[in-house]
Design a protein around this ligand. Structure first.
Ligand SMILES: Cc1cc2nc3c(=O)[nH]c(=O)nc-3n(C[C@H](O)[C@H](O)[C@H](O)COP(=O)(O)OP(=O)(O)OC[C@H]3O[C@@H](n4cnc5c(N)ncnc54)[C@H](O)[C@@H]3O)c2cc1C
Length: 459
């Protein structure tokens, strides 16, 4: 009998790098040097003689870059993701703090739900607050320090196959075409990955792509921060669809460089905060007073906006034919509504799937089905958390899974109970921070506990 998804998920969260490198691959190539590609390269460095990361941006240069247009938006590193980063790069947390990231233990994180402060503080995992370029830059520094990893600045344009085996990547460097040869290729090209087109062009099937339209409008702005060690470096305020507001939520984090990074989001035609004036006014008028205090500081630069059309997943695991020596990771496989902050942590879990797969000494002459089966567990978990919340939004047209009405009623009970019940809040946080599988909430203990807590509040 195969283990349950919850057990697989727990095993992936327990994955650690091997004590000793044991190469089963000659030369591995990773296309995309962002978070997912870098984490895959870190894992491959234990299992390949050499690893090449190809990116169209010069990833040696730190800071914002065109290949990652979402990089200017607020990025939350979930506690689950931080745990993986610490396993892959021992001392990551200390290094991040030394470079300006801000510690965000549970007691330093505040959450409001429809204007009500969550009064319970579950004693769960720590996190860090920092900008996306800082986090990606730290990961990159650690990966590029590995002696068997190098980068190539080029645009990948296709794959090279020898029969059913992947043997290289076609590249374009300023109009000059070449091939990087390798015996294992990782697609980490992000949500607009061209892998499906390349497969089809070479006579393979493209994976089915499932989408859930969300039409999310993000806006992020930086403000000067006077406090060196603010009491609450991470503050979030969420509005459920029941709350009559055109802003779905706002958050502000203390980030490096003595700055606050604040974001707000709206759905459909609601584009809150698209001008500096509107951004500041809404933080003052539509959110708890501390949001207004942050907005009272000097705004640094302009409001950066970003439109995110849909959550999408590509079902590689379901393809009956697939080349050997090829996998896909990160947003290239599944990218979610970003308000749930799952992207970087999912990428870390995909890296754990790769580690578990390669450690099993697989036959690399056949498709990496075991890898895709492990990854499906991670994608299903993140997909169910984000899409079940999105289906509650009035403008999201579906598709609704079977039993949705009952499961959404249960979810609402649990979310409501997180405001007042510490046990439910802890179990819920384990799931939303991707340290536990969503099915761990579907127990009589959690559901009855939530009903009891909500009844006590009503009384
Ligand atoms: C508005 C917004 C907010 C978000 N907030 C959060 C958050 O709070 N927390 C969180 O964890 N995640 C968040 N995410 C998701 C997060 O950004 C991604 O999940 C994360 O960057 C991992 O993505 P990735 O590495 O798979 O792809 P990407 O980061 O998109 O990187 C893809 C890389 O591939 C390269 N590339 C693409 N095509 C080619 C090619 N043909 N040749 C060579 N190189 C190529 C690009 O240059 C880039 O470096 C957010 C996303 C958005 C849009």
């Amino acid at each position: 009998m195969s283990p349950s998804p919850a057990r697989v998920f727990a095993a992936l969260n327990a994955v650690r790098p091997p004590d000793e490198a044991s190469p089963v691959i000659g030369r591995a190539i990773v296309i995309g040097g962002s978070v997912a590609g870098l984490l895959a390269a870190r894992v491959l460095s234990d299992h390949a003689a050499s690893v090449v990361i190809i990116d169209r941006d010069d990833v040696q240069v730190s800071g914002e870059r065109p290949g990652v247009p979402q990089g200017t938006q607020l990025h939350a590193l979930l506690p689950g993701g931080l745990l993986h980063l610490e396993h892959l790069f021992p001392g990551f947390r200390e290094q991040a703090l030394a470079q300006g990231a801000i510690e965000a233990p549970p007691a330093a994180r505040r959450t409001y739900l429809d204007g009500r402060l969550k009064v319970v503080v579950p004693d769960d995992a720590d996190s860090l607050a920092g900008s996306r370029p800082l986090l990606e830059g730290l990961i990159r520094q650690r990966v590029l320090r590995l002696p068997n990893v190098k980068t190539v600045t080029a645009r990948a344009t296709g794959l090279v196959f020898d029969g059913a085996a992947t043997v290289g990547v076609r590249c374009d460097v300023g109009g000059v075409h070449g091939v990087e040869s390798g015996d294992f290729v990782v697609d980490a090209m992000g949500r607009s990955s061209r892998l499906s087109d390349w497969l089809e062009r070479a006579g393979w099937d493209r994976p089915v792509m499932r989408r859930m339209t969300v039409h999310l409008n993000y806006a992020t702005a930086l403000f000067r921060r006077r406090e060196t060690n603010p009491e609450f470096p991470v503050v979030m305020a969420l509005h459920t669809p029941a709350a009559s507001s055109d802003v779905a939520g706002a958050a502000y984090f203390a980030v490096e460089g003595g700055r606050w990074m604040a974001m707000m989001a709206g759905y459909g035609e609601n584009r809150p905060g698209s001008t500096a004036e509107d951004f500041v006014r809404r933080l003052r008028d539509q959110f708890p007073p501390e949001f207004g205090e942050v907005a009272g500081n000097e705004m640094l630069g302009e409001v950066q906006t970003y439109r995110h059309a849909d959550s999408r997943r590509r079902d590689f695991h379901a393809l009956p034919r697939f080349p050997a020596g090829l996998v896909s990771v990160g947003d290239a496989v599944a990218s979610f509504n970003p308000v749930y902050g799952q992207g970087m942590t999912s990428a870390a879990l995909h890296a754990a799937c790769l580690s578990m797969y390669l450690r099993s000494k697989p036959d690399l002459g056949v498709p990496a089905r075991r890898f895709f089966a492990l990854q499906k567990v991670v994608v299903d978990a993140a997909w169910s958390t984000s899409t079940s919340a999105d289906l509650a939004l009035p403008h999201v047209p579906g598709p609704y899974p079977r039993g949705y009405r009952f499961s959404s009623w249960v979810s609402r009970q649990i979310v409501t109970a997180t405001v007042t019940d510490v046990t439910i809040a802890r179990r819920f946080n384990e799931v939303v921070s991707m340290r536990a599988h969503p099915r761990s909430l579907a127990t009589p203990g959690v559901i009855l506990g939530a009903l009891r807590a909500n009844r006590a509040v009503r009384r």
